[in-house]
Design a protein around this ligand. Structure first.
Ligand code: UCC
Length: 560
């Protein structure tokens, strides 16, 4: 019999304790903006390990339930969520987790502030960040394409409100039974009735956050020869009396993770809808939404990684094995440091993209910056989505058997990370999107110039040896892209390696810039930033794989 018990990991203020986050914000934000936003971020950093964290845990413990019928046999299709899930909706409105980006109190830097709020909120929110992602994406889409339509202007005001009673969330219903990647197969049809109201008919196979007030969705306009493609619609789920508007919910999905989040299969039976931005070009219009949700995905991926490392590093200082704490075992320290390096790299990439998005949204981005944003959005999403799974898996292992036990809360880190490389475009779909972005006039030139501008700031002798590998990697990527343009169809088989090379090379340049900036910071901060930059640039930054017909033939031979 022993009275020994392990101490569970503990978390402090998630803003104050996150040195990498604080230093990237200090570098990026103008001093007056930094001074204005930091106190609010520190308050949120405390809340996420206090009341918000408790709400997230409670929501996770009480997943949504589909109630198809009422006691009297009427079809009601209620989706009953927990009090905690609904409270998270109110908290996220009050904290301005979407609104901060649209109030634009800090001009182009508002997006960076908003993403920091999201970053702090996400790991404690039982993935309430998902409805918020779609809400923000819908807001951007309506801002760009809603025009002066009164219904859509009103919706935009609700989506961007800080008033919990006025705040709406939005769904994004893109996936049908034919799949979520190739949305061109969408079979939902829109018909205009005698009163001039659009009515949608079709089945949506994955609808996340189905308790939202509205959704954005794609449909094919019936008998419309002019716009043979898809059109974009906004749907209000319920009428003024609270009844679903021609929506039949079939069931909730039984998912590996994100268990507090209701995800339903449903059919639209003549659901009234508002056409967004006229008929046709639905995919192009909804891309504005996808580009925001992909930035959310990347930001939440880093936030999840950071939470995993924070938990594992705290545990390492208390857990004793073989006569000393894990933090005194060199191999364990190296393992945790490798995880932290992933966090720091991904953090740089996400905030770089966030800063570009802020500039685009405020209308001050140059053409080159817009091309860069278009390129780096799928890159950031796909890269961080993959790394989030790897880091979460390593974090579970850092706890030994406890990491595999549900009531420690740790397995959730991995279950909730796994979706990040799937929804909002899988790694491969986004790698192909990177190729699409590279078709844009001189996207690669804009990327190289941006990297060179950052490298040109580097002066510290300890960093100079790291410049060559980054410069070499940009050259390999550029050569690879030129070869792609002239290559055969099999060449797209290398698209994932190209996307990873762009991610790693960009991060190398950003970490070097950060380390140079840290030169006038306290010694411990200098050492941290220097080590991160040098270690990152010591890796193979451009692990490119050239695929031609012969290579592809060999791959096929290995498989079938
Ligand atoms: O909805 C889902 C779950 C919601 C949960 C949200 C969670 C959020 C994160 C939370 C964090 C915790 S899952 C649904 C996921 N599905 C997708 O993401 C779609 C994935 N597939 C793609 O992205 C494909 O590449 C498609 C659908 C865009 C390809 O369709 P098409 O029809 O083949 O597209 P095209 O023909 O290549 O492009 C049509 C137009 C072109 O412009 P134009 O017409 O001017 O030539 C493209 O350049 O759209 C433009 N376009 C874009 N523009 C396509 N993609 C983009 C883009 N990303 N940005 C700008």
């Amino acid at each position: 019999m022993t009275d020994f018990y392990q101490s569970p990991p503990r978390l402090g203020n998630q803003f104050d304790d996150d040195r990498a986050l604080r230093s990237v914000l200090a570098r990026l934000l103008p001093p007056d903006v930094h001074a204005a936003v930091a106190p609010g971020l520190a308050r949120l950093g405390a809340r996420v390990v206090g009341d918000i964290g408790r709400l997230g845990d409670a929501a996770e413990a009480s997943p949504p339930v589909h109630v198809p019928w009422d006691a009297w046999g009427r079809r009601v299709d209620d989706i009953v969520t927990s009090d905690a899930w609904r409270a998270l909706d109110r908290v996220s409105a009050e904290e301005g987790i979407v609104a901060a980006a649209y109030e634009r109190r800090h001009g182009e830097w508002s997006r960076v502030e908003q993403l920091t709020r999201l970053y702090l909120f996400h790991p404690s929110s039982a993935t309430y960040s998902c409805p918020l992602a779609m809400t923000d994406g819908a807001a951007r889409c309506l801002e760009l394409h809603g025009g002066d339509d009164a219904v859509l202007r009103d919706a935009l005001a609700h989506l961007t409100s800080r008033d919990p009673d006025a705040f709406w969330t939005s769904g994004q219903w893109m996936t049908e039974r034919t799949g979520g990647s190739d949305v061109s197969g969408t079979s939902t049809v829109a018909r205009c009735d005698a009163e001039g109201t659009w009515r949608l008919h079709g089945t949506k196979w994955f609808t996340s956050a189905t308790t939202s007030q509205m959704a954005m969705t794609l449909a094919r306009i019936h008998d419309d020869a002019e716009s043979s493609g898809l059109s974009l619609f906004q749907v209000r789920l319920r009428d003024g009396a609270g009844a679903l508007q021609g929506i039949e919910v079939h069931r909730l999905k039984d998912k590996l993770g994100t268990r507090a989040l209701p995800t339903a299969e449903l059919t639209l039976h003549g659901t009234p809808a508002t056409l967004v931005g006229g008929s046709g070009n639905g995919v192009r219009k909804v891309a504005a939404m996808l580009n925001v949700t992909r930035v959310y995905n990347a930001c939440c991926a880093v936030a999840g990684m950071r939470r995993a490392v924070a938990l594992a590093s705290d545990y390492a200082t208390g857990r004793v094995a073989f006569g000393r704490t894990l933090a005194e075992h060199p191999l364990h320290v190296e393992t945790l440091a490798a995880m932290q390096l992933e966090v720091e790299g991904a953090l740089q990439l996400v905030f770089h993209v966030g800063a570009l998005l802020g500039r685009e949204e405020c209308g001050v981005a140059t053409d080159a910056e817009r091309a860069l944003l278009r390129l780096l959005t799928p890159v950031a999403k796909l890269y961080t989505g993959k790394q989030a799974v790897a880091v979460a898996s390593e974090a579970l292992e850092a706890f030994g058997g406890a990491g595999y036990i549900e009531d420690t809360g740790l397995p959730r880190l991995l279950r909730d990370a796994q979706v990040l490389s799937i929804w909002e475009g899988t790694t491969n779909v986004l790698s192909l999107d990177v190729l699409r972005a590279l078709e844009r006039a001189d996207a690669i030139g804009a990327w190289r110039a941006d990297i060179e501008r950052r490298l040109a700031t580097v002066r510290l002798p300890g960093l100079l040896p790291a410049l060559d590998p980054v410069r070499a990697a940009t050259g390999y990527v550029a050569q690879y892209v030129s070869a792609l343009a002239t290559g055969d169809a099999a060449a797209q088989g290398g698209a994932r390696s190209l996307a990873f090379a762009i991610a790693r090379t960009t991060i190398g340049a950003l970490l070097l810039e950060q380390a140079q900036w840290s030169d006038n910071q306290p010694a411990s901060e200098q050492m941290r930033a220097l080590a991160a930059a040098r270690r990152w640039c010591d890796r193979d930054l451009a692990p490119l794989v050239s695929v031609n017909a012969e290579h592809l033939g060999q791959s096929r031979a290995m498989l079938w």
